[in-house]
Structure formats: C-alpha cells, structure tokens
Design a protein around this ligand. Structure first.
Ligand code: NDP
Length: 253
C-alpha cells in the first residue's frame, strides 16, 4: 500500500548519509519507491554509489550521490547545499552512516574511540545542523537518526559504539523538543542485529550467540529497517516525535 508523505512544506527531497550499503542503501531504495527524490552520501564506495544511482533513477525520481565524509562538517554542509540547489529544500533527513571499532575498554585506543564518536555522533550533528534551519523556515520536516539497541542497553566491547548510539538518542530527543513547534518531527530507529556488511564480519561463534539471543530466531533485513524509516517519514507517523523505535526481533524483551 502506498503511504502518504508530506514533509517540509510538501518537499519530497530526502537526504541519507551512508547510502551506498546496508540499511542506508535499503532506505534510499525504499524512499525512492515512496516517490522521494533521493540524495545520499558515502565515504569511498563510488562503484556502489553509481550502481545504486542508476537503479534508483529508473524509478523515475531524481537522484544525487556524493562522496562526503560525515566527520567533516564542511563537507556535509557543502553536500546539503548542493542538494538544495539541485533538488530543492530537504524535507527528510536520515542518518545511517556508522562504523564499529570494537575492543574491550582496557584495550581501546584513543583512535578507535574518536573514530567511532566522530562518525556516528558528530556525523548526526553535522547533517541535522545542515538541514534544520531550512526545515524551520518551511515549518515542516522529518529527521530519522539510526541508533542501535547498543545505545539503549550497552554492549560489551562496544563502549565507544554504545556511547555514540546513546548520544544519538539524547541528541534526537532534545532536538525533537526544540523543533516540534516548527512542525519538525525527530525520531530514532534502534536496530538489533541486521544482515549487512557490518554484521558479516562477526565470527561464527559470535554470530551463533547473536542468533540464539533473538526470539524471532533470525537476523533482521536492511529492508525491514528501511520500512520503519519509511513509516516514520510518512504522514501516518504524524503524531510520532522523540520516539526511539527498536527493531530487533525481540532481542531486548
Ligand atoms: P554498513 O557497514 O553496511 O554501511 C555503512 C555505510 O556508511 C556505507 O554506506 C559507508 O560508505 C557509510 N559510511 C561509513 N563511514 C562514513 C563516513 N565517515 N562518511 C560517510 N559515509 C560513511 O552499515 P549498516 O548498514 O550495517 O549500518 C547502518 C547504520 O545502522 C549504522 O549507523 C549502524 O551503526 C546502524 N546499525 C546497524 C546494525 C546492524 O546490525 N547492521 C545494528 C544497529 C545499528 P562506503 O560504502 O563508502 O564505505
């Protein structure tokens, strides 16, 4: 069933970070099917960006893909400016770019700590900071930030990742309160184990342990997370803001 989407003043322009792979890629595909013009950035995977752009353009929507490192505020701002020039005001922003650098705290290097915080948390700040003024001017907009169940419950060997993902939740709730009066909704999606490149690096033992902890007995699919983003972007979620929606096969029950 087609969902109704009316974001920033009727804008149907969506910006997604980390669009080349995994959840970001599935979100680009889903939003394009929902009729959004889609702009996405990535770190280095130009080939994946080209393939996805071609695929999405065939759906009849406009698409813009750019290399832009989310740790670099200037690069994200320049990316959003180009999107606004070429496609129009951004009505929907989705932050999916994220990394892990797991290690027990005792072994963690400063580099591992900062790399994860810079990408996962500063990246969210950089995109939201770049789109929010235009959304406020249009008195409408939707922001969906991808966190993780690790940000809600914590995960051993992931103090850096869990801190970054918990930070996204605090950030998003604060922003939701700040901008609600401008008609902007801000929500968080917190996935459990989803089948992507990020989880394919798990060794067999870790994978078996993860599976055993999921009541639904399987890993999630990126498309299932994208469906939730699509719902949050739609008018059907018009009364939902400041929410943290877990999509985890019941792992946290
Ligand atoms: P993937 O590893 O499959 O893809 C990561 C994406 O982020 C790629 O498009 C990558 O670009 C991009 N990216 C990474 N660093 C940067 C950067 N500095 N600047 C711009 N783009 C960057 O990740 P997933 O799809 O698995 O994860 C997506 C989000 O969901 C992340 O925030 C993750 O923390 C979260 N999440 C994932 C879970 C899972 O089980 N998979 C569970 C819970 C949360 P490129 O292709 O160029 O490298």
């Amino acid at each position: 069933m087609t969902q109704q989407h009316s974001t920033a003043d009727g804008s149907r322009v969506a910006v997604i970070t980390g669009g080349t792979r995994g959840i970001g890629r599935a979100t680009v595909q889903r939003l394009a099917r929902d009729g959004f013009d889609v702009a996405f950035c990535y770190q280095s995977n130009e080939e994946a960006a080209l393939t996805l752009s071609k695929e999405v353009a065939e759906l009849g929507v406009r698409v813009l893909a750019r290399q832009a490192d989310v740790t670099d505020r200037g690069a994200v701002r320049a990316f959003v400016e180009e999107v606004e020039e070429q496609l129009g005001p951004v009505g929907l922003a989705v932050t999916s770019a994220g990394i892990t650098r797991d290690n027990p705290l005792l072994m963690m290097t400063d580099e591992e700590w900062h790399e994860v915080l810079d990408t996962n948390l500063d990246g969210v700040y950089h995109l939201c900071r770049s789109v929010v003024f235009s959304m406020m001017k249009h008195r409408a907009g939707v922001i969906v930030n991808i966190s993780s169940v690790a940000g809600v419950y914590g995960q051993a060997t992931q103090t850096n990742y869990s801190a970054s993902k918990a930070g996204i939740i605090g950030f998003s709730r604060a922003l939701a309160k700040e901008v609600a009066r401008y008609g902007i909704r801000v929500n968080v999606v917190a996935p459990g184990f989803i089948e992507t490149d990020m989880t394919s690096s798990l060794n067999e033992a870790a994978r078996a342990k993860a599976l055993a902890s999921v009541p639904l007995g399987r890993l999630g699919r990126a498309e299932e997370v994208a469906d939730l983003v699509s719902y949050l972007a739609s008018d059907r979620a018009g009364y939902v803001t400041g929410a943290v929606m877990q999509i985890d096969g019941g792992i946290t029950i």
